[in-house]
Design a protein around this ligand. Structure first.
Ligand code: FRU
Length: 326
């Protein structure tokens, strides 16, 4: 009976201009190609809470079978996500969280663990003593607060001090401008290392320090994206000292969505592992991620070829049918 059913998935994405979110979307579409019965619409809130709330409302009004949401900030987005859940729509929360446990499944990294691992790494790197300048992601978003508290836990009991906090809001330009202002203001607390809550902000910080002539400093970020502007390349080039893997979970979100819509049981918390990427493993990491990107390209190309073949086949059938030959 369900054979011809199609399901509509609405994905409310907090922002989408950056490479990490684009990677997430690519992973989603690649996974979706295995499930022709699923369709996906992405609405991008461009970092504005009110827009995200309105867009989720639109999804609910239009009618969707499942909601995927990455909340821009936790608190303002919580009520509308709870409302969707109460309406009986399965909800998958991805990457950033709401303040509520009313959702069907979560998929993403453990951001407390990311911060904690980074803190321990920093503690080793600075040999137990030093000053850290921390560049925050958007303060009301869960990965920022969790990476921060993980960081504190990781350096606890050492002589590592967080001397400055800059609000970078996850964005390279914002981080760069605020750091530049801070460093040019004259008096600022000395620091040994900059920890950016993500790679683009850490890379931006390195660019500013370099251009002002402040150094040598150490730079650490989070995400470890492959590709020309990602963290893997930055560690390869010595721009970052280390980064921590933060998988997007795009493909897994679709896999979970498929299971839910097929009435299968799913695990509620789907936590993706982090790992350090630094000079000790960068060569192998780079090789592996380059290879994966290559293979993903191949998959996409093959899919397109199959699509073309299917079109030809369909046209031929229509043609033969027209002559009464089938
Ligand atoms: C991308 C991003 C990532 C970060 C994540 C946190 O938009 O800023 O760099 O790891 O969001 O939600």
């Amino acid at each position: 009976e369900k054979d011809n059913t199609t399901y509509k998935i609405g994905f409310s994405q907090c922002v989408s201009g950056d490479a990490w979110r684009r990677t997430m979307h690519q992973e989603m579409y690649r996974e979706l190609s295995f499930y022709p019965e699923l369709s996906l619409e992405i609405k991008d809130a461009r970092g504005v809470n009110a827009t995200q709330i309105r867009q989720i409302r639109e999804f609910l009004d239009e009618g969707i079978d499942l909601l995927i949401v990455s909340p821009n900030e936790s608190e303002p987005i919580t009520p509308i996500v709870e409302e969707a859940f109460h309406d009986g729509i399965p909800v998958i929360v991805i990457d950033r969280k709401t303040n509520s446990n009313l959702y069907t499944a979560y998929v993403g990294g453990d951001n407390y663990e990311v911060g904690h691992t980074a803190g321990q790494y920093i503690r080793n790197l600075l040999k137990g003593k030093g000053r850290v300048l921390e560049i925050w992601g958007l303060q009301g978003s869960s990965p920022a607060t969790e990476r921060h508290s993980g960081l504190l836990k990781g350096v606890q009991g050492s002589d590592i001090e967080i001397v400055t906090s800059i609000q970078g809001e996850w964005e390279k330009d914002t981080a760069k401008n605020r750091l530049k202002e801070h460093l040019e203001s004259g008096e600022f607390p000395e620091f040994d290392l900059i920890f950016g809550h993500n790679d683009v902000m850490a890379i931006g910080a390195q660019e500013i320090c370099k251009s002002i002539g402040i150094g040598p400093k150490k730079f650490i970020g989070v995400d470890a994206l492959p590709g020309p502007y990602g963290g893997i390349q930055a560690v390869t080039d010595g721009v970052l000292d280390a980064t921590f893997l933060y998988p997007t979970g795009g493909d897994i979100a679709i896999e979970i969505a498929h299971k839910i819509l097929a009435d299968e049981q799913v695990v509620k918390e789907n936590i993706l592992q982090t790992a350090v990427v630094d000079s000790t493993n960068i060569r192998i990491m780079k090789q592996q991620t380059d290879k994966i990107m290559d293979q993903q390209d191949n998959i996409t190309r093959q899919r397109e070829r199959i699509h073309v073949q299917m079109e030809i086949y369909r046209n031929q059938r229509t043609f033969l049918f027209g002559f009464g030959l089938t």
